[in-house]
Structure formats: structure tokens, C-alpha cells
Design a protein around this ligand. Structure first.
Ligand SMILES: NC(=O)c1ccc[n+]([C@@H]2O[C@H](COP(=O)([O-])OP(=O)(O)OC[C@H]3O[C@@H](n4cnc5c(N)ncnc54)[C@H](O)[C@@H]3O)[C@@H](O)[C@H]2O)c1
Length: 290
């Protein structure tokens, strides 16, 4: 009798190292992967929150390991990699999920105009900000977390994968990498850099047996988004939220669980000839003009 074909999407026993795994999106990935019998190392600067996720996994009979790891601290990443290797071996998959925006990299205004600008270096006195008001530290902070925070774990865990000759890296870019979003200039540019280095690394690491891809999520109703999309006093959608919905053909926010199918596809043999892609998961937002 012919043997039944194997499951291309099987994650059983696969070792995942996930940074930012205490967060909304990557925490959901961790739980969903473990529910499918993957071994999941949750790396986060917030160890308590990572432990809460890990407990959910263990309560459901899954395998989870939590490690405090600042993705900007090479010593902590090395220590986390050592511990995963000691417990389970070199990870099959690294998901670079730690990231996010910061107000110091965002303007309050969509556009700058002469009328908005004063004559001194500080253009605004009424709290309205444009590109010219953003502190350099705002760009540094957002670039460090999103870009360097992807590069450093990829170097440290990627080297170990390269020595073995196989591995998968999945980066968290954003739909704002494809077309920048108004106001969040530093974040959009940093996610653009993540998309760019994803392709560069895909080329560079292909001979080492490592595939490198990125997700470009659209709008998911997480804490990062909530304060921009829901008016704090009225609880109603903000003008920005309405604009987003009118540009989202599926006319709704994504649910964190809706990233899981793509994560499984891009981190298993189901995508064995796929490297260097930026995959939008955005209800059609990036496909829409007018
Ligand atoms: N939420 C969205 O709609 C959306 C859309 C597109 C892309 N993304 C990206 O997806 C990723 C996850 O987003 P999220 O909404 O789950 O964010 P989140 O804020 O819920 O989670 C981010 C996690 O990263 C951790 N973290 C922050 N700095 C860290 C550091 N220096 N070292 C280690 N961990 C650190 C935080 O403690 C947190 O647990 C981010 O890269 C984000 O930019 C999110």
C-alpha cells in the first residue's frame, strides 16, 4: 500500500525561539505553535509577562521555556541561545517579534507647512509636531528596537543555524514598510529597513541552508493600536481608525490568530523554496488605492 503523504505543515518537535513572545501577536504565535506540539522558547524583556504566556502553554500540556532577553543586548541573546541549546538544541526557527513604535518617533501632524513652523528650532508651542520637531533620539530608539533588534538575534542564533546548515528566520516587518503611514515616520522607515535586510539576508544565508522571510501585518487591534484608534473619552473610533477601515477592503481589524497560518507555512517545509518574501497580512490594505 502506498504510504500516506507526510504533513508539510507539521511543527511537532520543532524548536522555536520567539523574541517579543510576551506581546500580543508573538505571544499568540507561541501559544498556537505549542498547541501544535512545537517546543517554544519565549524571549522577552518582560519576563513576568512571558511567564504568564508560558504557563498557558504548560497548562494546555505544551512545552515552553521563558528567557529574559533584551534584543539589544548581545550578552543576553547569547545566554538565551545557550540555554535553549542546552535544553533542546539549536532552534529550527527564530521569529524576530520584539518591536514597536514610540511617541518620540511620531508626529502629531500628517504634514508640515510654513504656517505650522515658527522661526526658532522649536517650531511648535501648542504641542503640534512635524518632522522638524522629532528628536534624533526618537529615530534612534525606534530604529534600534525594530532594526538592530532583528539584526542582533539573527546574527547570534543565525550563526548557530548556519553551523548546523539549516534554519528559518521570520521577521516582523509591517504593512507600513510597503507604503509609509502618516505620522509614524521613524517606525515606517525602520520596518522598511527590516523588509530590506530580510531580502539581503535571504540571499546571504541561502548557501547556509537558512531561509529568511518577513510578515507585513496590517492593523491588528492590540494595545499599540488601541489608543490611536479608539477615542479615550467617547470610546468611538478616531478619524484615523475610520480612514484605515475605509482603506481596508475586508473592513475590519485582524485577529492575532490570523497570523498563525502564515507563520506555520513560512517556518515549515511547506515553504521550502520560499525565501526573501515580505508577506502582507492586512485584509487587502496594501492592495488598495481608490
Ligand atoms: N500590532 C500590530 O497591529 C502590528 C502591525 C504590524 C507589525 N507589528 C509588529 O509585530 C511585532 C509584535 O507586535 P505586537 O503588537 O504584538 O507588540 P507588543 O507590544 O504587544 O509586543 C512586543 C513585545 O516586545 C517586547 N519587547 C520590547 N522591547 C524589547 C526588547 N528590547 N527586547 C526584548 N523584548 C522587547 C515587549 O515586552 C512586548 O512583549 C512588532 O515588531 C510590531 O512592530 C504589529
Amino acid at each position: 500500500m502506498k504510504e500516506a503523504p507526510g504533513n508539510l505543515f507539521d511543527v511537532t518537535g520543532r524548536i522555536y525561539a520567539i523574541t517579543g513572545a510576551a506581546g500580543a501577536l508573538c505571544g499568540t504565535m507561541a501559544v498556537e505553535l505549542a498547541a501544535r506540539s512545537a517546543r517554544v522558547a519565549l524571549l522577552d524583556i518582560d519576563l513576568e509577562a512571558a511567564e504568564r504566556r508560558a504557563q498557558l502553554i504548560r497548562d494546555a500540556g505544551g512545552e515552553a521555556l521563558t528567557l529574559r532577553c533584551n534584543v539589544l543586548d548581545e550578552g543576553e541573546i547569547e545566554a538565551a541561545a545557550d540555554e535553549i541549546e542546552r535544553r533542546w538544541g539549536v532552534p529550527h526557527v527564530l521569529i524576530n517579534g520584539a518591536g514597536g513604535n514610540h511617541p518620540s518617533g511620531s508626529t502629531t501632524e500628517v504634514a508640515a507647512s510654513a504656517a505650522l513652523l515658527g522661526t526658532g528650532p522649536e517650531s511648535q508651542t501648542d504641542g503640534r509636531t512635524t518632522f522638524f520637531d522629532l528628536p534624533v533620539e526618537g529615530f534612534e530608539r525606534v530604529f534600534d528596537l525594530n532594526f538592530l533588534g532583528t539584526v542582533l538575534p539573527s546574527r547570534i542564533l543565525g550563526r548557530r543555524m548556519a553551523v548546523r546548515g539549516s534554519g528559518v528566520i521570520l521577521n516582523m516587518s509591517s504593512m507600513s514598510a510597503i507604503t509609509p503611514l502618516t505620522k509614524v515616520g521613524a517606525y515606517s522607515a525602520a520596518k522598511g529597513a527590516v523588509a530590506n535586510i530580510t531580502k539581503w539576508l535571504a540571499v546571504h544565508l541561502a548557501p547556509a541552508g537558512i531561509r529568511v522571510n518577513a510578515l507585513a501585518p496590517g492593523f491588528f487591534m492590540t494595545e499599540q493600536l488601541r489608543f490611536l484608534h479608539i477615542d479615550r473619552t467617547t470610546g468611538e473610533p478616531t478619524a484615523r481608525a475610520k480612514a484605515v477601515m475605509s482603506h481596508t477592503p475586508m473592513a475590519r481589524y485582524g485577529e492575532p490568530e490570523e497570523l498563525v497560518g502564515a507563520v506555520i507555512w513560512l517556518t515549515t517545509d511547506a515553504s521550502s523554496f520560499v525565501t526573501g518574501v515580505l508577506l502582507p497580512i492586512d485584509g487587502g490594505f496594501s492592495a488598495y488605492t481608490i
